[in-house]
Design a protein around this ligand. Structure first.
Ligand code: ATP
Length: 320
């Protein structure tokens, strides 16, 4: 293999640049030519492809977002779009592809591999919702961003004896709420993976108040419901002087944490090695602190178990 390419697709995530940098540098170190594709699969089909040099990825490891830009391009679900994409890659003499993104991006990668074009996936999404890895790129930075915000909100919550509902991202996954909840000492964590009863949340708030606590933090995953809706339902039980904060896209941005920089570097490096070994249709991940490989199609057909779901019960026993 002489030429490989990389693209980022779906939602951006901190650490994507670290992965791109590792792919470019490792590829060039091994004598390959590395190409960057702008705007995900849309750029692939449009031929927005350019060669990347060692310098192009200099000074990027500390930057959030993605230097290759990202886009949603539903047309890539169609065979026609996929074939056109491969045609473009072949025009540039590219023989292998690395896709950094979430499960939608993986579906594109699986389709390309099925059509004979070797593709490797790197899990890049703040949601942490990918099978085959315990941690995705961007998750660690996102939870640190949430913690930073909650620390500030807590000052106000205490000063005014307020209950704050913090709505965090994660789509259908509760990982961000779970980790940021335990990390911020939230009295309640509400995630899609575990049924909740409002009576129990009310009990948790009252227990804190009776103990003399001046603030209450409820960490709510967006996959359960919106913060405003949750506040309305809570109000049916008691007036806890509730305020809702929707953190929104701040969770997607920012300079990647140490962990995301290291993960990006590790994933990028190993993805290049897989292509060099002639492999395709695989994705990289971290399982039990070790690098792991899985079949992309298999991960897409496997129901995900949230790693460390036990944190939910642990939080109940230490944050009352
Ligand atoms: P995030 O988790 O951040 O949303 P994602 O990769 O899941 O990331 P999607 O918007 O679902 O984000 O997918 C990204 C892109 O992958 C799509 O815009 C499309 O180009 C491609 N894609 C999605 N689903 C498929 C599919 N079934 N087949 C081929 N390509 C797909």
């Amino acid at each position: 293999m002489k030429r490989i390419a990389v693209l980022t697709s779906g939602g951006d995530a901190p650490g994507m640049n670290a992965a791109i940098r590792a792919i470019v540098r490792k590829g060039i170190y091994d004598g390959l030519e590395v190409y960057g594709i702008n705007y995900g699969y849309a750029g692939m089909v449009a031929g927005d492809i350019h060669r990347l040099t060692v310098d192009d990825v200099g000074d990027t490891i500390s930057r959030g977002g993605t230097i290759l830009y990202s886009a949603r391009y539903p047309e890539f679900k169609d065979l026609e779009g996929q074939k056109k994409g491969i045609e473009q890659l072949k025009k540039f003499g590219i023989e292998g592809l690395i896709v950094i993104g979430g499960d939608g991006s993986y579906r594109g990668g699986a389709a390309l591999t099925k059509l004979g074009f070797p593709t490797i996936g790197i899990p890049g999404t703040i949601d942490n919702d990918i099978v085959g890895t315990e941690y995705t790129l961007g998750f660690d930075t996102a939870i640190n961003t949430v913690l930073d915000s909650v620390d500030k909100i807590r000052d106000t919550a205490t000063s005014h004896v307020r209950t704050f509902i913090i709505e965090v991202m994660g789509r259908n996954a509760g990982d961000i709420a779970l980790w940021a909840g335990i990390g911020s000492g939230a009295e309640s964590i509400v995630i899609p993976e575990i049924d909740f009863r409002m009576e129990e949340v009310v009990k948790e708030i009252r227990a804190g108040r009776e103990r003399g606590k001046k603030h209450t933090i409820i960490m709510l995953a967006e996959g359960v419901m919106q913060g405003t809706e949750f506040a309305e339902k809570l109000k049916e039980y008691d007036n806890f002087h509730t305020r809702v904060t929707v953190l929104g896209h701040v969770q997607r941005g920012g300079s990647p944490s140490a962990r995301d920089r290291v993960l990006g570097s590790l994933f990028g490096y190993n993805a290049v090695q897989l292509l060099e070994e002639g492999k395709g249709g695989l994705c990289v991940g971290i399982v039990g602190s070790e690098l792991a490989y899985s079949d992309i199609s298999e991960t897409l057909n496997t129901k995900r178990d949230v790693p460390y779901l036990s944190l939910y019960q642990i939080n109940k026993e230490i944050s009352f």
